[in-house]
Design a protein around this ligand. Structure first.
Ligand SMILES: C[S@@+](CC[C@H](N)C(=O)[O-])C[C@H]1O[C@@H](n2cnc3c(N)ncnc32)[C@H](O)[C@@H]1O
Ligand SMILES: [Zn+2]
Length: 278
């Protein structure tokens, strides 16, 4: 376990985001699996399994009844998600290559930065980020265990030793305040509940001067497209944003320096945490 990763963690049960010196440590094997370790909070004793390369902060989260999240946990879909599902499903509403290029430009990744990839799925963006930061810590965070396991298999074929994968719910982020230089979230913001809370939490765990970059989708297009979007929203819990809604969420959380780029209904935006943020 990378000590720089451990330093960023807080206990979900007793930790406060303002606690930078957290009490979580690796204590040994997880009882279910002799090859795994356990993270333990030294204050309240909560344990978080660290099995087969994934730290689990969502051990007790129930499987979602929401269709979108059910799909993200459905193994056959997860297997062909990265190379078939993601580019094809994105095509009518955006363009994946454009999203990747725009995200990379806005993230302005440099050597040694610490980056959190929220809703990382199988790590398709996580690996690109890790390649850019080299020695920095890159954490891929997602609720879907099948997605993370798929990510682990792909990462194992690369030299990306700086990636740590974690399972958890974006509404309960186990990170200390001011932990990351960059937070990235592509293809996932429209699936998250409690967006006001999510934007505030992201602001909190970014370092002053840090950037939050996300790719998501806005409501729009012609009549037929809007009908399709409404059907998707009603059946799956997918949320199509209004541009102003995203800007308001960012403003209310305290972000500055809004920039955005649009392709069809796809939007990639970037905001910053002020250098002098307290
Ligand atoms: C469509 S995938 C995006 C994967 C990748 N970032 C990309 O752009 O291709 C959305 C991911 O968000 C994750 N997700 C949805 N709700 C979440 C939540 N509440 N907490 C953490 N991850 C969540 C899903 O498990 C899924 O892997
Ligand atoms: Zn604790």
């Amino acid at each position: 376990m990378n000590a720089n990763v451990l330093r960023k963690l807080i206990c979900l049960n007793c930790g406060s985001p303002r606690l930078s010196n957290t009490a979580i440590s690796v204590v040994g094997r997880h009882h279910k699996d002799a090859a795994s370790e356990t993270l333990k909070c030294g204050v309240c004793g909560s344990v978080y399994p660290y099995c087969d390369g994934i730290i689990d902060f969502a051990d007790t989260v129930p499987i979602s009844s929401n269709l979108s999240q059910w799909a993200m946990e459905f193994r056959p879909l997860v297997t062909f998600y990265e190379h078939i599902w993601r580019p094809m499903v994105t095509k009518p509403f955006s363009d994946l290559d454009w999203e990747i290029k725009t995200v990379q430009k806005l993230l302005n990744i440099a050597y040694g930065l610490d980056v959190l990839d929220l809703g990382c799925g199988p790590g398709n963006f996580t690996r690109l980020i890790a390649d850019g930061v080299k020695s920095g810590v890159v954490i891929g965070f997602d609720l879907s265990l099948p997605m993370l396991k798929q990510g682990l298999r792909t990462i194992a074929k690369t030299n990306a030793l700086n990636i740590t994968l974690m399972r958890g719910d974006v509404n309960r982020l186990p990170f200390a305040e001011s932990s990351f230089d960059r937070i990235h979230c592509s293809g996932a913001l429209h699936l998250f509940p409690n967006l006001t809370r999510v934007f505030m939490a992201i602001y909190n765990i970014l370092k002053p001067g840090g950037l939050f970059v996300a790719a998501t989708y806005c409501h729009g297009g012609g009549f037929v497209k809007r009908q399709i979007q409404d059907c998707i929203a009603a059946s799956s819990g997918f949320h199509w944003f209004e541009l102003q809604e995203l800007q308001d969420l960012a403003d209310e959380a305290g972000f500055i320096g809004w920039q955005h780029f649009v392709r069809k209904q796809g939007i990639v935006f970037c905001v910053g945490k002020p250098e002098m943020a307290v």
